[in-house]
Design a protein around this ligand. Sequence first.
Ligand code: GLN
Length: 284
Amino acid sequence: MSISIKLALQQAIEQLENSPSTSLDAEVLLCHVLQESRSYLFTWPERLLDHQQYTSYRSLLNRRAAGAPIAYIVGEREFWSLPFKVNQHTLIPRPETELLVESALQLGSYLSSQQAINVIDLGTGSGCIALSVAREKPDWQIQATDCSAEALQVARYNADRLGIGNVEFIQSNWFDALDTATQFDLVLANPPYIAEDAPHLYQGDVRFEPQSALVAGKDGLNAIRILVNESLLRLKKNGWIIFELGYDQADRVIDLVYNAGYNYILFKKDLAGIKRHCIAHRPG
Ligand code: GLN
């Protein structure tokens, strides 16, 4: 049986009725099967899919209809205009996390240039934060940790594919496996910060993402508490930490960060006006 691109898309849209982005999903999956761009679909709507293409398309649609995230189905998500491989062992990079990269780069001008700049990205997942920063700052020495060996495999693959050589990936629970002698100018993290009973965990893509990258205890702050306290011991004097937090956590986080001993503390808002990440300074 042969079916045109146009008809395949129409069928798919009917099948995916539940998805919030139905036609885009149908198009992205078809592009993936055909290995073509979206403009190809609209230029050649009458072109026929061969049997194998149609069968693969059906199977991707079935996965999507069952809720699987598009990023996991196609195995990739763009972040900082770079393609990142992702799978079920890594969080799917979010656009708002690009703001954290932006802040890290801006802070760069405050970091002393006397000696090498040492940066660490804790809980790196696909490596999207560490590798995006590394791409912009090839002379920074960046380490990136994750407790998941499977996630690190993905991150290393991404580093190779992007040709980025200034990130060292280390399997570690926070700072545990790191040489205690290394002090950092900058600590970066997108830690888990969702409360364990949050309804959010039962909706959309999040259901398929690794719990260890999302959930952090009853109030969602377990990981941030560890991160903030341990980082203070690992930062150089006048070093900075930047970490992402949950949409309603800024008030609690400011107390936590202040009590830990940081002095300048600020939050960066995302486009929705939500305090998305915290920036804090270790006193000199
Ligand atoms: N921002 C993500 C979400 O709300 C969670 C990411 C994280 O926990 N670091 O789905």
